[in-house]
Design a protein around this ligand. Structure first.
Ligand SMILES: [Zn+2]
Ligand SMILES: [Zn+2]
Length: 206
C-alpha cells in the first residue's frame, strides 16, 4: 500500500480478509462461495481470502440498513459483506429512497446487500437462479468497491469486456426500481473499469 495515500484512507486497512455473512436462506452456501471467488478476482489480490458465515435472525420482511451494519460490525468485525433476503430500509423520509439494494457504513468496513428485489419476476428455472446470483454478485461488488475506497460513477464507464463497471450508477428515478435492476445492474460486469483499477493500484500498489 502507498503510505502517503494510506493516511488518507485509514479505513482501508484490514480489508484483506472478507467475511461474507448470510442473513436468510435464499442463497446457497455454494453460490456465496462463487460470489466470494469473483470478488477476490475483481479485487486483484487486495482481498486475499474470504469465508462464508451464517447469521441466525428471526424471519423478517425488512431491516434498517444502518442497524444491520452495526450488528454485523459488533458480531463479526473487520471486513464484512452481509447478504440478506430482507428489504433494507433507510431513514430517508421519501418513500422512493428509503429502500435500498445495497449500502455501506462509512464508519466501518461493513457493507450490506438486499436480494429481495433482485429476483426475476418468475423464479422457475436454473437460469432465473443464475440471473439472481449474478445480480447479487454485481451489487456486492459495488459495495465492496466502496469498502476499497472506490466511489460511484456514471454508468457510461465501461470495463474492458464492454460491460459497465460495477461502480457505475444511474438514476433510480429515471428507470424505476425494476428498470434500474435491468438497465444498470444487469449491464454491469464483474471487473472494474480502468479508472477504478488505477485508483486501486495507486492506493494498494498491487
Ligand atoms: Zn454506490
Ligand atoms: Zn469504475
Amino acid at each position: 500500500m502507498n503510505y502517503g495515500l494510506r493516511r488518507l484512507y485509514p479505513m482501508l486497512e484490514n480489508i484483506s480478509k472478507l467475511n461474507i455473512v448470510r442473513i436468510g436462506s435464499d442463497i446457497t452456501f455454494g453460490s456465496l462461495k462463487e460470489i466470494g471467488t469473483k470478488i477476490l478476482d475483481a479485487s486483484k489480490g487486495i482481498i486475499e481470502q474470504f469465508k462464508v458465515s451464517h447469521h441466525d435472525t428471526p424471519l423478517i420482511d425488512s431491516v434498517d440498513a444502518y442497524l444491520l451494519t452495526m450488528i454485523l460490525n459488533e458480531e463479526f468485525g473487520g471486513h464484512v459483506l452481509g447478504i440478506t433476503d430482507a428489504d433494507l430500509k433507510t431513514q430517508d423520509e421519501d418513500e422512493f429512497y428509503n429502500c435500498v439494494i445495497g449500502g455501506k457504513n462509512p464508519q466501518n468496513n461493513v457493507a450490506v446487500v438486499s436480494t429481495k428485489k433482485l429476483s426475476p419476476p418468475k423464479f422457475e428455472s436454473d437460469r432465473d437462479y443464475d440471473l439472481f446470483i449474478s445480480r447479487t454478485l454485481k451489487v456486492s461488488l459495488h459495495e465492496i468497491g466502496h469498502n476499497l475506497g472506490l466511489t460511484d460513477h456514471a454508468s457510461y464507464k465501461k470495463a474492458h469486456d464492454g460491460s459497465l463497471c460495477p461502480m457505475s450508477k444511474g438514476e433510480v428515478n429515471k428507470f424505476g426500481f425494476q428498470g434500474y435492476v435491468r438497465a444498470i445492474i444487469d449491464g454491469r460486469g464483474s471487473s472494474f473499469c480502468d479508472d477504478c483499477n488505477f485508483f486501486l493500484e495507486q492506493i494498494y500498489g498491487y
